[in-house]
Design a protein around this ligand. Structure first.
Ligand code: KIV
Length: 272
């Protein structure tokens, strides 16, 4: 059988660069499961990120440090099955790329074989060799600077980064280095708007912001945050585009009532 079929192909990382050149904003959302992937597959979002935030959002951990390569591979495979037409970016979890090149490549292999088309890594210092090896192996790499949640304890919590000149210059240096190493784009997390704008014009690769203001080349949000699944979680940078928590509560209450009053299931919902 030919390797080249007429089946629809997922968008490529090249499309990310082209979008920046044309001034077209990129929309990225997180996705962790086949159910939501199926719906997102038919949407016009540019890429799905199987973020290590899955450890918090789906597994209930207080931070992303609990994510493992196996956890990420399991969710990546589920998303790949549900969204075959989307560019799928897998997140390399805590320490998976900090134990030397061999273990890092094994973790990368697990995610790529699970169906990722590209990988995201937080930071750059101390693992430039991993970024370089991935890029030279033909694996597109997305960088991530600013607030890097895997360094939460070192950073003193989830807080805005790059507020003073020295910190901003340091983030700019890291982003430039990631660009030099061949990253196809960079997530900027929780930095002031002015720094988001500065980085976006300083880099030739697209910046994807989360809490980095409106001047980034694209935005990424956690799907569950934009759906409004948890009204108690309200960081400044999240806009709730729906009220899923309210909808879920109402649907389950209506179901429960229907079961109790005997109106569910009715004749059409039962087998003769
Ligand atoms: O894990 C994640 O969801 C992320 C995004 C917030 C960028 O890294």
């Amino acid at each position: 059988m030919s390797q080249h079929t007429n089946a629809p192909k997922p968008p490529t990382v090249q499309a990310f660069r082209q979008a920046k050149a044309k001034g077209q904003k990129l929309s990225v959302v997180t996705c962790y499961d086949a159910w939501s992937a199926k719906t997102l597959n038919a949407s016009d979002v540019d890429a799905l990120l199987v973020g290590d935030s899955v450890a918090m959002v789906l597994h209930g951990h207080p931070n992303t440090l609990a994510a493992t390569s196996e956890m990420m591979a399991l969710h990546t495979a589920a998303v790949a099955r549900g969204a075959p037409h989307k560019l799928l970016i897998g997140d390399m979890p805590f320490l998976s790329f900090r134990k030397g090149l061999g273990p890092a490549m094994e973790s990368a292999e697990l995610l790529m074989r699970a169906g990722a088309h590209a990988l995201k890594l937080e930071g750059v210092d101390g693992h430039e060799d991993v970024v370089d090896a991935l890029v030279k192996s033909g694996i597109p790499v997305m960088g991530h600077v600013g607030l890097t949640p895997q360094s939460l304890h070192g950073l003193g919590g989830f807080r805005v980064q790059g507020k003073d000149d020295a910190a901003a210059a340091e983030i700019l240096r890291q982003a430039k280095r990631l660009e030099e190493l061949g990253c196809f784009s960079i997530v900027l997390e929780c930095v002031p708007t002015a720094l988001g704008e500065r980085l976006t014009s300083a880099l030739s690769i697209p910046t994807i912001g989360i809490g980095a203001g409106p001047h980034c080349d694209g935005q990424v949000l956690v799907l569950h945050d934009l759906l409004g699944v948890d009204s108690s979680f309200r960081p400044r940078f999240v806009r709730r585009f729906a009220d899923f928590e309210g909808g879920l509560r109402e649907a389950v209450a209506t179901y429960s009532r229907a079961v109790r009053d005997g109106s569910f299931p009715n004749a059409e919902e039962s087998y003769a």
